[in-house]
Design a protein. Structure first.
Length: 206
């Protein structure tokens, strides 16, 4: 009985720490997946000779807590055809109408997406932190509900926060913070940040 009581006490003490470790691992894993998503976009742009755009949306479809979408700039030589064989890569971020699905003119072809899932999964919370003054690309970082980063085959990176508006060369270092809202409210848990410098090669900070 004494041994069982000791085991029960030790289990009660260690369970919260174990719970935090599991949550922290999920946060770390999700941050790695986000970093790899941006790396894939940059690599695809360099390898295929087409501009590649990644759109981050804080509130995604199906009430998800975060949504990443990758699109590739293509030009369709046959306006009436929508087959992938007719879509040719194009290298411009600024001359591409990303909202068009390659319908005759320069448009953005969907490549892949990453849905973080509903809040009930408790996998994490995602904040895209960008500069408040977009025109100058300077200033204090603040949460942005949506952000688009575009990578060109020449290694340049552009940014904007509102679709169908002007692109600006990336000269600051925005980041995506990944954390668990439930643990953060209790003053616990880790925060993992994915940084995207002007070179376009994302890194993860601890």
């Amino acid at each position: 009985m004494l041994v069982m009581a000791i085991i029960g006490i030790l289990s009660a003490i260690s369970f919260p720490k174990f719970y935090h470790v599991i949550r922290d691992r999920k946060v770390n894993r999700n941050a790695m997946e986000i970093m790899n998503f941006y790396r894939l976009a940059k690599t695809r742009a360099l390898g295929r000779g087409s501009a590649v755009m990644v759109r981050f949306t804080k509130t995604g479809p199906n009430s998800s807590i975060g949504y990443l979408e990758m699109r590739e700039a293509v030009m369709n030589s046959t306006p009436s055809g929508l087959t992938l064989t007719n879509a040719l890569p194009t290298s411009s971020c600024t001359a591409t109408t990303w909202e068009n699905n390659y319908q005759g003119a320069n448009g953005g072809r969907p490549v892949t997406f990453r849905d973080m899932g509903p809040a009930s999964n408790n996998l994490g919370t995602y904040e895209f932190m960008g500069p408040g003054a977009l025109a100058a690309q300077t200033g204090t970082l603040s949460p942005q509900p949506q952000a688009e980063l575009c990578f060109t085959p020449r290694g340049r990176t552009f940014i904007r926060y509102v679709p169908a508006t002007t692109w600006f060369p990336l000269s600051s270092v925005p980041r995506i913070d990944v954390f668990n809202a439930r643990l953060a409210a209790a003053g616990a848990g880790v925060v993992r940040s994915v940084f995207v410098p002007p070179s376009g090669t994302p890194r993860m900070g601890l």
